[in-house]
Ligand binder design. Sequence first.
Ligand code: YK8
Length: 177
Amino acid sequence: GKLYINRVFNMSADKMFELLFTDSQFIQKFISTRKITDLISTPWEKEENGNQARTMKYIITITNPLIGKFSTATEKQTLCKGNQEVKYYLIDAEVTTHDVPYHDYFYTHNRYCIIQTSKRKCRLRVSTDVCYKKQPWGLVKSFIQKNSWSGLEDYFKQLESDLLVEEAVHNPISAEL
Ligand code: YK8
């Protein structure tokens, strides 16, 4: 796996969760700059084991000229139940891109961890794994990995920098603390 974001932000864990995992202005603007369109989502719903889950479908725009311009994608997010002592959110997201080459071989597992570190601060960690549904040929596997890692890197780098802008907007004094 790879760690893409690991940073403390000047906002509460609740605020970070709201920005990333509800229909916030922030995420709407972010996905539109990433050219992700036609997003539909189920609401968060409780599962039997106490976790909550939602499923999203959307269309991604791909910049790699070898691959084709668009793909539909399905993302299932699971919010694991936390405990009382430490305030945190753990979200597991499985993303499948349906219209890229070798799409039946792999999916991406993204893990978001938001931990409250003090009254107005939280740490966001985002790590991902490329997972295989069937064993690809070695060359294909390295092709999938290379393309996934660069796409994910680009996406999460922008997410991190947009979150820093958002943090400054809501908490302009934080730069001086
Ligand atoms: C989510 C992982 C792989 C995929 C892509 C696949 C190319 C395959 C090439 C062949 C296009 C928003 C990615 C990056 C598309 C974007 C996905 C996003 C960023 C030749 C092997 C979409 C997080 C996410 C997860 C997985 C990403 C795909 O919230 O390279």
